[in-house]
Design a protein around this ligand. Structure first.
Ligand code: UTP
Length: 290
């Protein structure tokens, strides 16, 4: 079945990047000249997604404004002959059919995804964590959707992380099938002891899920941090029918983390036509002082 729907949970509190996120959603933090969530929507569209549900909460209305048609701004830019600026905004509202729902209480990523049940219906769907931007030649979501087409099971986007970092993420029990594709049979969210670490591979930012995940989420108890964890629900899938894991080829930036925001801005800024030259000169001069 063709996957055309994506869910972007963007209702987290973003406490790791306060005070920036006191009034502004972390998903709107810019990477050079575009908010993080626009890169995510662009990736979805490049992977063949036509309908997107963004899960928001209080104070995130600015995300809706960003994907709305700004007739007055377009008029002003057109009148002023600012063609490049007009081109940069005029198609944002046409990228996909974007829908919104609020997660009234911030009870975790699994709880946020459960809000997508009516939107998703009885189809497999893509989940894109709202603070994980992945940039590369091939859209990570396409790599996962292709693996769903081949293996017919839920798919996890994965990367190896350091032993220190795995305690903040999830740890997966995986077995290589071929190249960058693995079979996943177990997982643990935020492993705290060495015994709990199944491998240094973690789920980072993307997964394709079958609709059965909603029944599992209904009985998933709060886990790490007292939140309903999506990993705990996916663990049930992995242990029963099994899941596929794909080490995606792009580079992932954690936009919910101060260092991740800086890395994304430097990497994108070094390629952006308006900033590449100046930024490289600046970095070279800075490096001499390090
Ligand atoms: P995170 O745990 O990274 O987001 O969730 P957070 O809660 O904002 O992080 P802190 O406060 O800095 O530690 C991963 C994704 O799940 C969404 C977040 O918006 C993020 O995109 N999320 C998380 C929800 O939509 N709802 C929740 O209840 C929790």
């Amino acid at each position: 079945m063709k996957i055309t729907k994506a869910v972007i949970p963007a209702a987290g509190l973003g406490t790791r990047v306060l005070p920036a996120t006191k009034a502004m959603p972390k998903e709107m933090i810019p990477i050079v000249d575009k908010p993080a969530i626009q890169y995510i929507v662009e990736e979805a569209v490049a992977a063949g997604i036509t309908d997107i549900l963004i899960i928001t909460n209080r104070g995130k209305g600015v995300i809706e404004d960003h994907f709305d048609h700004s007739v007055s701004l377009e008029y002003v830019l057109k009148k002023a002959g600012k063609t490049a600026q007009l081109d940069s905004i005029k198609d944002i509202h046409k990228m996909a059919n974007i829908h919104y729902i609020r997660q009234i209480e911030t009870k975790g990523l699994g709880h946020a995804v459960s809000k997508a049940k009516t939107f998703v219906g009885d189809e497999p769907f893509l989940v894109m964590y709202g603070d994980d931007v992945i940039l590369g030649d091939i859209p990570a979501s396409k790599e996962l959707i292709d693996a769903y087409g081949t293996f017919g099971k839920g798919v996890l986007g994965i990367k190896p992380v350091s032993k220190e970092a795995i305690k903040k993420y999830s740890s997966l029990k995986i077995e290589n099938i071929k190249d960058n594709v693995y079979k996943c049979t177990d997982m643990v969210e935020k492993p705290q002891t060495d015994e709990e670490i199944l491998s240094l591979y973690s789920i980072l930012g993307r997964c394709v899920l079958p609709p059965e995940i909603f029944d599992i989420l209904e009985h998933t108890a709060p886990g790490a941090g007292g939140e309903i964890q999506l990993t705990d629900a996916m663990k049930e899938l992995a242990q029963t029918v099994g899941m596929t894991a794909v080490e995606f080829s792009g580079k992932r930036y954690d936009m919910g983390n101060k260092l991740g925001i800086l890395q994304a801005n430097i990497d994108v800024g070094m390629k952006h036509p308006e900033t590449a030259e100046g930024l490289k000169d600046y970095i070279k001069a800075l490096a001499e002082q390090l």
